[in-house]
Design a binder for this molecule. Structure first.
Ligand code: FAD
Ligand code: DHB
Length: 390
């Protein structure tokens, strides 16, 4: 058995865990990052694409802005489409110049792994049988197997950045956590396609056959989503059917429609809203999807995860810099409050833009009326823009 120690043991090498490790490094704080998947799997997982202004600013401030600056696509606005018409919301004009940037989560993760590798601080992939122990003591421990050897990592603190299906949150006794949850009766069928985007900006569309979203990853790659059922069978969706349905739900009367191309990835993602409160138990701190999930319609999940770890890194820096645990004590309360803000927005965007099986025609007309109000009221557009850019 190998026994070692660190200041902060980080479980999970998604955006939250990797960014936390990077921020701690910049404060001179030791960490070990442990991930149960392979490096390739973590990099190739296709997920988020929209970075809020605050996430972009942070990446730049911590020395990760180079490729983002060159390859990220800054968008000042988004489109909402319904009843065959596209309306543009000029987010930058409504928020004093704030915008979003399209830069795939895989690119963020690649940049963070490269930065970690440069520091030579530990980042282990393919760890097995990881469990956290003694988290209410002054020296919590992470047990795991790696390369056939059993390890015991003694920590001052553990950061649970292991996503929704991780082990950190379930290791907190149920009596110490309140869970708030809503599972939606629909999902997203997402594709990546080798096709040049036909719109410079995103198009969120409500159609009577369901929601569709037009997004992109680069000048050559389109990312598209279709509302489907949570148990949708992908084999019933050959490429030609996907394109046909996208054309029906996205095309507008001005002749706009997405261009078709070779589909390189296709998957179905369920949708839920989830909050675990508090985000701390003893010396175990939860961050990102380990603590909360939002439905993807508001593009908030990754940004929320990054906001959590920025707050947590500042709290650890105050603790190690001046033995001040005030920020650590406040971490959960402040993070849960911010998570609820994102929950409200993501729930609202989701319910406005999706057709629910149980909804009758009244609900659909009400949704159209809401969109109609939204695109005709500067106050309503400003509210959407403020929440969307973060
Ligand atoms: P994760 O990315 O889930 O990382 C957790 C890591 O922990 C994983 O690498 C996992 O393998 C690892 N792990 C799990 N269990 C263990 C264990 N036992 N031991 C060790 N490691 C473990 N968000 C946005 O902001 N904008 C968007 O546009 C957007 N679009 C999305 C579209 C889709 C289709 C999906 C699915 C999500 C989208 N999201 C979006 C959400 C975003 O991808 C997540 O919120 C984000 O990945 C959260 O990061 P995280 O690091 O907290 O969790
Ligand atoms: C993307 C994902 C989202 O959830 C969203 O709201 C907008 C864009 C994307 O993957 O590009």
């Amino acid at each position: 058995m190998d026994v070692s120690r660190t200041q902060v043991g980080i479980v999970g090498a998604g955006p939250a865990g990797l960014m936390l490790g990077h921020l701690l490094h910049r404060h001179g704080i030791d960490s070990v990052i442990l991930e149960n998947r392979s490096r390739d799997y973590v990099i190739e997982r296709v997920r988020a694409g929209v970075l809020e202004q605050g996430t972009v600013d942070l990446m730049r401030d911590v020395g990760l802005g180079g490729r983002l600056e060159r390859e990220g696509l800054r968008h000042d606005g988004i489109h909402l489409a319904f009843e065959g018409v596209r309306y543009r919301i000029d987010m930058a004009a409504l928020t004093g110049g704030r915008a979003i940037t399209i830069y795939g989560q895989s690119e963020v993760v690649k940049d963070l792994i490269a930065a970690r590798t440069e520091t030579a601080r530990p980042l282990h992939f393919n760890v097995e049988h990881l469990r956290v122990d003694e988290v209410t003591s002054s020296q919590p421990v992470i047990h795991y197997r790696h390369d056939g050897e059993q390890h015991q990592l003694q920590c001052d603190f553990i950061a649970g950045c292991d996503g929704f299906h991780g082990i950190c949150r379930p290791s907190i006794p149920a009596a110490h956590l309140t869970i708030y949850e809503r599972v939606y009766p629909f999902a997203w069928l997402g594709i990546l396609a080798r096709a040049a985007p036909t719109s410079r900006e995103l198009v969120y569309s409500l159609h009577d056959r369901g929601f569709a979203l037009f997004s992109m990853r680069s000048d050559e790659v389109t990312r598209l989503y279709l509302q489907c059922s949570p148990d949708e069978d992908l084999s019933a969706w050959p490429d030609h059917r996907v394109w046909q349905e996208l054309a029906v739900r996205l095309s507008t009367s001005d002749g706009w429609r997405p261009a078709e191309g070779a589909i390189t990835q296709k998957s179905v993602t369920g949708m839920r809203s989830f909050v675990a409160d508090p985000m701390r138990y003893g010396r175990l701190y939860l961050a990102g999807d380990a603590a909360h999930i939002v439905p993807p319609t508001g593009a908030k999940g990754l940004n929320l995860a990054i906001a959590d770890v920025l707050r947590l890194s500042r709290a650890f820096a105050a603790f190690y810099g001046s033995r001040d645990s005030g920020l650590l004590d406040l971490y959960s309360e402040v993070s849960v409050k911010r998570a609820w803000r994102a929950q409200r927005f993501s729930w609202w965007m989701t319910s406005m833009l999706h057709r629910s099986d149980s909804a009758n025609l009244f609900d659909y007309r009400r949704q159209i009326a809401e969109l109609d109000y939204l695109v005709s009221s500067e106050a309503a557009m400003t509210s959407l823009a403020e929440n969307y850019v973060g």
